[in-house]
Design a protein around this ligand. Structure first.
Ligand code: TEU
Ligand code: CA
Length: 532
């Protein structure tokens, strides 16, 4: 392996939604000690880094994405020393730790906001975004909250509105104020000094808003059934040119420490996404690439999105891939449980850094949440159109004991139905299981640099097969993915033959691949090529 490459280029990241990973103190909610307890599982799985969704002090209106103290751990999750123990033990096992930094907004319970709303003349007034009512009364402009309704909340005590891109309990900080920037840089340093290996930065493309507070234009493509905020194009609220200066400052702060990683959460089309690598790559190292979250699951669409993404990357910009996260429906729910194996092979054989969402390695389903169990504030505010995020946040299915081994108490969200058979312990014992597929793929990826850092080249499109080369030095691999439920024949290039190094159907590993190979429905193959 090339020693001069930063660690994250060959790493695999694993996202933990901490409320749902492992409960250690019988309150039905996952916590830091629970994660520490499960580190051996993560070592056995073969991932390199964990990204933990927010564990900071929070009233939990948005389950931690509403922070009331950026430099303390919420008691629900444990203590600062629990965090230090987790980091120490993760590092001892070779696992990096990435925190979730939420700088766009705080909780309305943060001391900064409590001061800010105390009076118009408070020194922290300008740390948030306050505006007078419109001339005729009402909100200052038409900006909408992502979670429904106006993005402006009236504060009767001081007679002004404050802006909140999400819940009204999540006021947006004013990143045009240099004191805010400096305070947040200190927050980063606080955790960097504790040895964290990087940050995933929440809604980083939201940080700066229009200085003139112009109305957002209507979205001509909006239709009923879509989230109400999509009625407007967020022209003046997100992706402003000035945001790149702020991000460069965050990057310089992280660069004060060696080998730290900055990932940006950015939902934008590819051509705008890649701007977040920054000028001279001085932005985030990895702008999350969410293209696979919405793609139509067919070979043509996926091949062209890979080509578009690879083609748009700036010189030296490192790619990354995501199949799921705590905001989006589970991959197994989207493509079906059988095809999810093919999706796993896709994620772990593309060029760039993959992020695995916890539980996808078990094929965890998208869970139907009964109305009386809904916890997600987005679903509560905008009910019935399918925006709910609880269904992808259900407790990890560890074993067949009570509550799937997640907790001895009733879990905060219901478990998936089939947890008593579909759980890590049972799947570990079945050589053909999804968990063992992930383990085999991760081991192969580690042993075979061509799969992580090798070049990517697409193969002639064979209708329903997605086929590509991954190459490095003398290693030539062909990845063939059958995106259908029917058998498909793959014809190798003239004069090449190969050997199957890994099939989603474990029993084919090691099989010779002469000129033609047939893939079963929902099968994926990694073939080592010889000849030419
Ligand atoms: O999500 C940002 C984001 O883009 C959401 O609006 C997303 O589209 C939504 O959750 C619907 O899928 C981040 C966090 O990942 C999310 O959990 C938080 O609720 C949100 O920011 C506010 O911090
Ligand atoms: Ca707990």
């Amino acid at each position: 392996m090339n020693a001069s490459r930063p660690w994250w280029e060959s790493a695999v990241i694993y996202q933990i939604y901490p409320r749902s990973f492992q409960d250690s103190n019988a309150d039905g909610i996952g916590d830091l000690n629970g994660i520490t307890q499960r580190l051996p599982y993560l070592v056995d799985l073969g991932i390199d880094a964990i990204w933990i969704s927010p564990v900071f002090r929070s009233p939990m209106m948005d389950f931690g994405y509403d922070i009331s103290d950026y430099t303390d751990i919420d008691p629900i999750f444990g203590t600062l020393s629990d965090f230090e123990r987790l980091t120490g033990q993760a590092h001892a096992r070779g696992i990096k730790v990435i925190l979730d930094f939420v700088p766009n907004h705080s909780s309305d319970q943060h001391a900064w906001f409590i001061e800010s709303r105390a009076s118009r003349s408070n020194p922290k007034r300008d740390w948030y975004i306050w505006r007078d009512p419109a001339p005729g009364g009402g909100p200052p402009n038409n900006w909408l909250s992502e979670f429904g309704g106006s993005a402006w909340e009236f504060d009767a005590a001081t007679g002004q509105y404050y802006y909140h891109a999400f819940l009204n309990s999540q006021p947006d900080l004013n990143w045009r104020n240099p004191d805010v920037v400096e305070a947040m840089r200190e927050v980063l340093r606080f955790w960097l000094r504790k040895g964290v290996d990087g940050f995933r930065v929440d809604v980083i493309w939201h940080l700066v808003k229009d200085a003139l507070f112009r109305d957002n234009p209507p979205n001509p493509d909006y239709h009923a059934g879509r989230p109400p905020n999509e009625a407007l194009v967020p022209l003046y609220t997100t992706d402003l040119p000035e945001v790149h200066d702020v991000i460069a400052t965050l990057r310089r702060t992280v660069d004060e420490f060696p080998d730290r990683l900055l990932i940006g959460e950015i939902y934008l089309p590819v051509e705008r996404l890649v701007a977040y690598y920054g000028r001279d790559l001085g932005g985030v190292h990895l702008p999350f690439n969410f293209a696979l979250l919405n793609v139509r699951w067919d070979a043509r669409c996926i091949q062209s999105l890979i080509a578009e993404y690879e083609g748009a990357l700036p010189q030296g910009g490192w790619p990354n891939w995501v199949l799921g996260n705590h905001d989006r429906p589970r991959i197994a729910g989207r493509v079906g449980p059988l095809q999810a194996a093919v999706a796993a092979m896709l994620l772990l054989t593309l060029r760039g850094t993959p992020t695995i969402y916890y539980g996808d390695e078990l094929g965890m389903p998208q869970v139907e949440i009964p109305r009386d169990r809904v916890r997600d504030p987005f679903e509560r505010n905008v009910p019935g159109i399918g925006v709910g995020r609880d269904g992808c946040r259900t407790p990890m299915q560890w074993d067949a004991s009570d509550n799937a081994g997640f907790s001895t108490a009733d879990p905060w969200l219901p478990l998936a139905d089939a947890w008593w058979s579909n759980n890590a312990a049972d799947l570990r014992g079945d050589s053909r299981s999804m968990l063992n597929l992930y383990r085999r793929l991760l081991r192969l990826r580690k042993e075979t640099p061509a799969l992580s850092v090798g070049s990517y080249r697409s193969y002639a499109l064979d209708e329903d097969l997605l086929v590509y080369y991954r190459e490095l030095d003398d290693t030539r691999l062909l990845v063939a993915l059958n995106l259908t439920d029917r058998p498909q024949a793959l014809i190798l290039e003239d004069g090449t033959q190969g050997k199957i190094v890994l099939s989603t159907a474990a029993e084919r590993d090691g099989e010779r691949a002469p000129g033609t190979v047939t893939l079963a429905g929902h099968e994926g193959l990694i073939i080592a090529l010889s000849g030419h």
